[in-house]
Design a binder for this molecule. Structure first.
Ligand code: NDP
Length: 284
């Protein structure tokens, strides 16, 4: 078997085009969706992510602004910036780029963002809404993966879904979204015994561990759909996923590549979340 390669770039382009159309509709009501990205410090990877997010916004017709703060900014100053953005009617989405410098409490900062503007979906109230089956803002990466599965016409109801990695930003919300869609979900972490025994049961396998190529073909059920979230920089400068692409392709029916799979979808869903936050401001 040779797996079909899922084109996350193409799907993200389709979603961004749909966002651009909805932005035009909102313009008739005098609203331009606005995203504020707060970047603290000089982290090189964060600078690239923030630039990409701002560029994607502009391209889809959203307004974006980047607030850059020095690495030694106090936590209270950052909280004050967030509070000001909470009260800014032109800002519908607020994103504080992680990681933050070690003297800041990321949880406290995220909890200061107004939940309706929390376009990353990390606020504890958005996590609670997701857990209780009433999602308001879904975290971008798992939301993008749900869009991939939808575009692949994957039947989740009754499917065995295995998520490897249980972080608050990817694995846990992923498991909840799959559960809400009717899948039987197994959520694995670094303490899972015999990981292969779990992953081999998966009709849908989502891997988000940050360990390069740790899931190999022999750990995959023949015909499974494999979603590789990992982004790992190799010694040669190239990117690799958490799945060993070559051996997985021989077993899976479809697989997301790295790069070009989940990554582009994450940015597309950030635009969707910002757009939807603005749409919620329309008078009913
Ligand atoms: P975290 O480090 O926050 O979480 C990793 C999770 O993987 C933890 O739950 C950990 O378990 C689990 N884990 C680690 N080793 C193993 C193992 N051997 N077997 C099973 N589980 C294991 O990572 P993130 O969720 O933030 O990110 C994961 C990957 O996804 C990274 O490569 C990151 O770069 C990428 N990523 C990609 C995005 C995209 O847009 N494509 C967006 C976000 C992340 P435990 O809880 O026990 O520690």
């Amino acid at each position: 078997m040779s797996a079909r390669i899922i084109d996350g770039k193409a799907l993200s382009a389709t979603i961004k085009a749909q966002v651009a159309q909805r932005v035009q509709t909102l313009a008739h009501h005098g609203i331009t969706p606005g995203l504020a990205v707060v970047l603290v410090g000089e982290d090189a990877a964060s600078q690239v992510y923030v630039r990409n997010k701002a560029a994607a916004c502009e391209k889809a017709g959203l307004h974006s602004k980047v607030i850059r703060l020095a690495a030694d900014t106090s936590e209270e100053t950052l909280l004050e910036v967030v509070r000001t953005l909470n009260g800014d009617a032109d800002v519908h989405g607020i994103l504080v780029q992680l990681p933050l410098p070690s003297h800041m409490n990321a949880g406290k900062v995220i909890e200061t963002i107004a939940p309706a503007k929390d376009v990353d979906g990390f606020h504890i109230s958005n996590a609670g809404l997701l857990m209780t089956g009433r999602p308001l803002v879904r975290p971008c990466t798992p939301y993008g993966i749900m869009k991939i599965l939808e575009s692949e016409n994957v039947v989740l109801r009754g499917a065995e879904a295995v998520v490897v990695g249980a972080s608050n930003i990817v694995g846990k919300p992923m498991a909840l979204l799959l559960l809400a869609a009717g899948a039987t979900v197994t959520l694995c972490n670094s303490k899972t015994r015999d990981l292969g025994a779990q992953t081999r049961r998966a009709d849908v396998l989502v891997v988000a561990t940050g360990h390069s190529r740790m899931i190999t073909g022999d750990m995959i059920k023949p015909g499974a759909i494999v979603i590789d979230v990992g982004i790992n920089r190799q010694a040669d400068g190239k990117l690799a996923g958490d799945v060993d692409f070559e051996s997985a392709c021989k077993v899976a029916s479809a697989i997301t590549p790295v790069p070009g799979g989940v990554g582009p979808m994450t940015i597309a869903m950030l635009l969707v979340n910002t757009l939807e936050a603005a749409e919620r401001c329309l008078p009913i």
